[in-house]
Design a protein around this ligand. Sequence first.
Ligand SMILES: [Zn+2]
Length: 362
Amino acid sequence: MTTGLIYDDIYLSHRIGTHVESHERLIGIMDFLNEKKVLENPNFKLIRPRKATKDQVKYVHQETLINQVKEVSEKSQITGHIQQLDMDTAVSAKTYEASLYSVGGNLNGIDEMIAGKVKNAFASVRPPGHHSNSYKCAGFCIFNNVAIAAEYLLKEKGLKRVAIIDWDCHAGNGTSDIFYNGSKNGEVVFFDSHQDGRTLYPGTGFINDIGNEGGQGKIINFPMPPRASDDVNIIFFNEIIAPICQEFKPEFFLISAGFDTHWTDRLTNMGWTYQGPANYLKKIKEIAGEYANNRILITLEGGYEIDKQAKAVYNCLQVLDDSENELIEENARKSDNDVLNYVSNKVIPKLKECLTPHWNCF
Ligand SMILES: [Zn+2]
């Protein structure tokens, strides 16, 4: 079966000037995929997005926030100037529209997967979403695409258990806030790896933030020390994600994929290579094969080195397609011993200690 690639030029119309979260990020991805003739390969299928309804956006956002994005977009249209929702988060005339299609692209990916038309999918969309919570847009994000996708699966598709894995370098604080007390429509487990919040925006996502009420034990943060390479996420996967998924048995995997963990990324201080996300995805895919009928939807979040991001996305698509044509970065970096010791002897044991009351596997 084929792998879906969700894209439309509408995503370029959220055009916010000389901002790092630029439309050139998507141009870079799509140009590279064309150069590699990905969409000429019958194993891939281009999926066009639809516009999500306001009711669907309301699954996770307050109506006042949705209206605010609409009004600020209209103001940008009238004045001809980019507007700001906060210091980092800009809005252009087409932002509201592009944001609805960004959500709807993910929903179309889910529909195609549930209908058995594609086995998995990558949503090459923007604006991104994982910093936006129910009442506030933040960190370049407008509507929380991945959180709405999770609620869509629970509410409209009748699923009971969804796993979200966020490998963007920044903590997915919006997603965490949205599911912190659980979902009233089913169960969501949120695995969030990110550069330690003491050293990077948004400054959240600590080990002992494990959720509350219905979400207790289901918010799982893995703060990576600066300079860590992608090898630390394999430790996180083996020690935490795999045992929890064997117990939780998620029926669907959603991935908030940021590519800003790359060692060259200008906003962060990590040491990942561009095959790092693909290596992590291979592990996720094993579990998805076991419990979720292989269903994985990846949605794009951050990533600010355009050429590295394009290669990392290409590599993820190769993994989704079960092919072995990944691009391997020369001089692959490994975490140094101090980092590995800190992760294995401090972070993982402390995380297990926090999660022990909520999971039998620990
Ligand atoms: Zn990020």
